[in-house]
Design a protein around this ligand. Structure first.
Ligand SMILES: C/C(=C\Cc1cc(O)c2ccccc2c1O)CCC[C@H](C)CCC[C@H](C)CCCC(C)C
Ligand code: SAM
Length: 240
């Protein structure tokens, strides 16, 4: 990850894990509402696609990495039900507090922890989801190795994240929207630097082909599916 990101007014945000943790601690109260309005409600559709690729079944064990406020965790729980187990893990306690508040009616176990060092046993999980997390993790390879370790053979994972579209017009639109719409809206809540990070973090996060190479280097069978006109995509992992 590059080491510094310029925020609004020159206030740089270092792209390291303590800074990322502090960033999400800061945006936690506004995270869900900003995502809803700035994606015109589409982000829930994109997250449901992640669940489709993992295809969780009743009675299984599923874990949502970088769960944040729990959108994907709750979608996992709706499929796995009370006969299985659903875990959510994140290192931001303010984000987890929102998740717990929104999920009080669901049998989900929440963990505060680092996805680069998961607190789960080897081959203990049937399915793994990760929404807009891998790009924010410093050591993506270590995170992918941890996913391999905790997945059972034949287990599946799906990792949703942004990347820069290959189409130059779409790439320009993505840059315009993130910098000329998203950041000014976030600035109204004093979060300009935090949302400038979103745009900056895209600069160094690779598109699907590189993500597939990372996954295959860990032993996965992997495929990447662009969605939302290539503004983002889902890396689907299968542990043979
Ligand atoms: C759920 C979404 C983004 C999650 C997210 C990920 C990050 O890494 C962040 C880093 C720093 C601050 C915030 C985030 C963060 O919220 C996606 C929807 C919300 C986005 C803020 C806006 C999406 C803009 C895209 C270019 C797609 C727009 C598509 C369209 C309007 C239909
Ligand atoms: C953009 S949010 C995604 C939240 C949720 N998955 C969603 O789809 O809305 C990224 C989350 O990753 C968490 N995160 C980033 N790096 C992490 C790490 N190394 N270990 C655990 N959580 C991490 C942040 O605290 C934040 O809650």
């Amino acid at each position: 990850m590059p080491d510094m990101v310029r925020g609004d007014g020159g206030s740089p945000i270092p792209m390291n894990q303590p800074a990322v943790q502090a960033l999400f601690n800061q945006i936690a109260p506004h995270y869900d509402s900003l995502n809803h309005w700035l994606s015109w409600g589409q982000h829930q559709i994109w997250k449901r696609m992640v669940i489709g690729w993992v295809d969780p079944q009743p009675g299984q064990i599923g874990v949502d990495l970088c769960c944040g406020t729990g959108d994907l965790t709750r979608l996992l729980a709706a499929k796995i039900g009370s006969t299985g187990q659903v875990w959510g893990i994140d290192f931001s306690e303010p984000m987890l507090r929102v998740a717990q508040r929104r999920s009080a009616h669901l049998p989900i176990r929440w963990y505060t922890g680092d996805v680069q060092q998961l607190p789960f046993a080897d081959q203990s999980v049937d399915g793994v989801t990760m929404g807009y997390g891998l790009r924010n993790v410093s050591d993506r390879h270590q995170c992918l190795r941890e996913i391999w370790r905790v997945l059972r053979p034949a287990g599946r994972g799906a990792i949703l994240d942004f990347h820069q579209p290959s189409d130059p017009w779409l790439r320009a639109w993505q840059a315009w929207y993130l910098q000329q719409v998203v950041v000014p809206v976030a600035a109204n809540l004093g979060l300009a630097a935090e949302y400038q990070y979103l745009w900056a973090s895209l600069q160094t996060f690779p598109a699907g082909a590189q993500q597939v190479q990372w996954a295959e280097a860990c032993g996965f069978h992997a495929c990447h599916y662009p969605i939302a006109n290539g503004l983002m995509g889902v890396l689907v992992l299968h542990r043979p």
